[in-house]
Ligand binder design. Structure first.
Ligand code: COA
Length: 258
């Protein structure tokens, strides 16, 4: 049975008002600074950017590409948040403060995602086609974090402020640092015992320095015949889970050669 245009219009309007209510509720839930409906409606540029994006995305999907791009730039001018009209945004996205947030064309963002100011969901500049990240449900991305390339950040993940994430992140993980590495998984602290596995160019330097210190200690001991104290060892608390990056990033680890 076909729905009449009136019915379709009505259900569209109901859906629209439902999503407006949800967006406002998400702000009250996530931001203790939100006091009244009037304040939320007028003082949250993240909310304005998301609503403008719904309109721009509609234009984009109806092949009015130039108009969609133009309107998204007007929205950027007003809110400081750039969401490409081709990006797919889930429900109840909360952009706190917002200034400097960039969401690229082929990004896909799940439901209940929070972004702070300065977050980039961008490309690496090397890829074509789907070149921006896919973000799962219930993810929080800290201020200034950059998530680059066609990677997936799993459900219930948290990305630390200032991190640069370049690889898939499994569900229920907290990832921090440059380049991003997992520090918590399923609520348990993760210790990566081999610094080489963090894939930071500085790790190589640290490994070489440690080897050199070891050699120097040996020579000094031979020379002075004095007993030196034990070499420093990392302390781990018992709750911590020791893991290797191979295990954490199983899927995409194969592509990478140290
Ligand atoms: C990543 C984050 C969610 C982790 O919070 P948490 O679960 O409480 O975890 P902890 O604070 O115990 O941190 C775990 C480890 O990661 C480190 N860490 C946490 N955040 C980090 C970050 N942004 N960059 C680098 N390391 C970080 C901590 O130093 C700690 O390491 P240690 O145990 O070796 O000392 C939080 O630190 C964060 O960055 N939130 C973003 C908030 C934000 O952007 N606010 C902006 C408001 S305007």
């Amino acid at each position: 049975m076909q729905s009449s245009p009136d019915k379709l219009y009505l259900s569209g309007m109901v859906g629209f008002f439902k999503s407006v209510r949800e967006d406002i509720a998400a702000i009250f839930e996530n931001d203790p600074a939100a006091r009244s409906y009037l304040e939320v409606l007028l003082c949250y540029p993240g909310l304005h950017a998301v609503w403008c994006h719904h309109w721009n995305s509609w234009l984009w999907r109806h092949k009015l590409r130039f108009l969609a791009r133009f309107c998204s730039q007007v929205s950027r001018l007003l809110t400081g948040i750039e969401i490409h009209p081709g990006a797919q945004i889930g429900r109840r996205m909360f952009i706190d403060h917002g200034l400097g947030v960039v969401i690229g064309e082929t990004s896909i963002v799940g439901d209940d995602v929070t972004l702070y100011q300065g977050v980039t969901l961008g490309g690496t500049g090397k890829e074509k086609g789907k070149r921006h990240p896919t973000i799962g449900n219930n993810v929080s991305i800290g201020s200034g974090a950059k998530i680059l390339g066609n990677i997936r950040v799993g459900d219930n993940c948290r990305v630390g402020a200032g991190s640069v994430v370049l690889r898939n992140v499994p569900d229920n993980s907290t990832i921090v640092g440059v380049p991003g590495h997992i520090v918590l998984r399923d609520g348990k602290r993760v210790i990566i015992t081999d610094p080489k596995e963090i894939r930071d160019p500085l790790s190589d330097v640290i490994i070489k320095l440690a080897a050199e210190v070891h050699e120097l200690r040996k020579k000094l001991q031979e020379h002075t015949h004095e007993a030196l104290g034990a070499e420093p060892e990392l302390q781990f608390d018992e709750e911590s889970e020791r893991a290797s990056e191979k295990e954490l990033f199983a899927e995409d680890y194969l592509d990478y050669q140290i």
